[in-house]
Design a protein. Sequence first.
Length: 278
Amino acid sequence: IHLATENEQYLSELPEQAGLFKDTRIVEFIFLLSEKWHLDQSTRYQAVELLERFMIKQVEQMCDDRGSTKGRGQGQRSSWSSVRDQITNTFVLRLVSCVQLASKLSLHYSRVTSDTALTFLQSLKYSYTKQELLESELAVLNTLHFHINVSTPLAYVELLLEVLGYNGCLLPAKPLHQLCVQLLDFCYLTRETIYDTLLKIAIENSTPSKLQIAKFLTVKEDFMLLAVGVISTGVFILSPGHWEQVVEHLNCITGITPQSILEFSYAVVRRVVGSTTP
């Protein structure tokens, strides 16, 4: 109930730029960095969500500041160029700071130290100091008003799997959990393709309008739908005989319709098959 309420609250306040910083290259960078530093599964998702929320707020603040000091025309174009350059120049530093902060929220793994982060940044030819690294962490914390312990889709997946088990769904728990994590990774890394397919299914049209794309944003950012879709797809792959029972349970737990669950699973499976076909 708490996660569902949190999800609904987030969707009701969704900024227009949501998802802008979940580009495949950014997500892949964070996942690979988390693997390099031996961070747990939840940390990499937390880092993605932290970076996304921080960057959106930072862009909004920078644009507001520039807009209050610049006029229209050439001055305004110069302002946008300045914002873009400032974001580009500090982006990798901010990304590393988000991974650092996410690692500090984990109770099971070692946190990423300043020395570790600096060594990595130096390997990329950046010459930041420990003071600049600390200031970057503080910039993220201040921009997000220290609200950094956000729930990730993995938390939704794991809790729903527990509820399914408690409700009597006899599923292979460990292999299903492992497969769901792999599918969640896959959904993050192929986000645009999966949701593009889902949108076209929903509107029954291969060329969605700008308005339809804009309205679909809440679907793309719905963590509960993502978790339900991942579990449904995992069960379909691993234990198809239980699929209808699981979909029925997920519908009762979350209120998401069987049709929506089916469509999401189809979009994921279609992408999985496409990515493994020579």
